[in-house]
Design a protein around this ligand. Structure first.
Ligand code: SF4
Length: 336
């Protein structure tokens, strides 16, 4: 690991200012990704700004504003504390399930929610500094596009990058229409719809998200919903723990009588950003929640997939995972 300067502050305005004036500085929260990246020489910030002393660790109700009656989750709250929080477990079980499907218990104990959003792809070529990678070094090329791309994207990729976003939590958050609250220069706050937070790779895959260099995530807001009794996060992976998704699906359903009133479906392991399955959702509105309709919805969504040489299996796997996640959501999250 290269030498770097270590700073710490308990004042978010100071942290924002430091990011603003020090272009080569990075934030240190749980450190579960940035330190790995530094050890592998993938990233080499000149300075780490330790923000673990900031106060954004609470999970609380929102009393006013556009998301009144929703929940605010602090960016520095640990993943484990979020998954174990009684309000989250009761009202947003999809979030707890997604967190518990990710990483190991030790990593979840350290990792923060803000860091989870900003973690970088686990594309093996990104971590191998001997291989060309546009995300690591713009203009270098993409080793994955003609390489071993089993774990890579089937939606929204570009010729410059076919990586996927690795988070489980983010798949649940995009399904629940979460909002990311950030603090920028001069104390200016802004709210970003979760679906607009992460980016597709396009021609500049070095940018994972739409955060400005000096902005810091302070909260994730979850609007009130009626999905708690019918939601499920299903992750399919090569082994049962500490593995990234081949495909995952967050499914949430609200019924009106015998018909689907609202449904949310998001996928992980398929794109550079958590992938919202809007076509499948649209199809299911006002339909009966049976296997035939779930299959038609999943096939509709997956017909737009553009698999690579080694990940064609993700198309069929995506259909089956979506159908099963929707079925288990209807069943109150219990296995059928
Ligand atoms: Fe780099 Fe993206 Fe290509 Fe992986 S897929 S090698 S992250 S450019």
């Amino acid at each position: 690991m290269r030498p770097f300067k270590y700073s710490t502050t308990n004042d978010i305005n100071v942290a924002v200012k430091m990011l603003q004036v020090k272009g080569h500085a990075k934030l240190l929260g749980g450190g579960t990704n940035i330190l790995d990246l530094m050890k592998e020489d993938v990233e080499h910030p000149e300075e780490l700004i330790d923000i673990t002393g900031l106060s954004y660790t609470q999970i609380k109700s929102i009393s006013s504003g556009p998301n009144a009656e929703g929940i605010s989750i602090g960016a520095l709250c640990k993943n484990t504390d979020t998954a174990n929080d009684p309000i989250i477990r009761q009202n947003f079980p999809l979030v707890a399930q997604a967190i518990l499907a990710g990483a190991s218990a030790q990593i979840r104990n350290m990792a923060t929610n803000g860091g989870n959003l900003n973690q970088r792809t686990r594309c093996s070529y990104f971590y191998d500094i001997a291989m060309p990678c546009n995300k690591r070094e713009p203009g270098a090329g993409c080793a994955a596009i003609e390489g071993i791309n089993k774990m890579h994207a089937i939606f929204g990729w570009s010729k410059d990058c076919v990586a996927v976003h690795p988070s489980d939590l983010c798949v649940a958050l995009v399904a629940l229409d979460a909002i990311v609250k950030v603090m920028g220069a001069g104390g200016k706050e802004r709210l970003i719809q979760f679906s607009d937070y992460h980016r597709l790779p396009g021609t500049d895959p070095q940018k994972d998200n739409n955060l400005q260099q000096e902005e810091i995530i302070t909260e994730i807001q979850l609007p009130k919903n009626n999905f708690a009794s019918k939601s499920y996060y299903l992750k399919v992976r090569d082994r049962s723990s500490y593995a990234f998704a081949l495909v995952s699906v967050a499914a949430a359903i609200e019924m009106a009588g015998n018909q689907i009133k609202q449904v949310r479906i998001a996928m992980g392991g398929v794109s550079h950003k958590p992938w919202r399955a809007y076509e499948a959702e649209q199809f299911l509105i006002n339909k009966t929640p049976d296997e035939a309709n779930f299959n038609l919805a999943a096939e509709l969504e997956m017909r737009n997939a553009k698999p690579l040489k080694h990940n064609k299996f993700k198309v069929e796997l995506g259909i089956r995972t979506m159908v099963r996640a929707l079925t288990q959501a209807m069943n109150g999250g219990k296995h059928t």
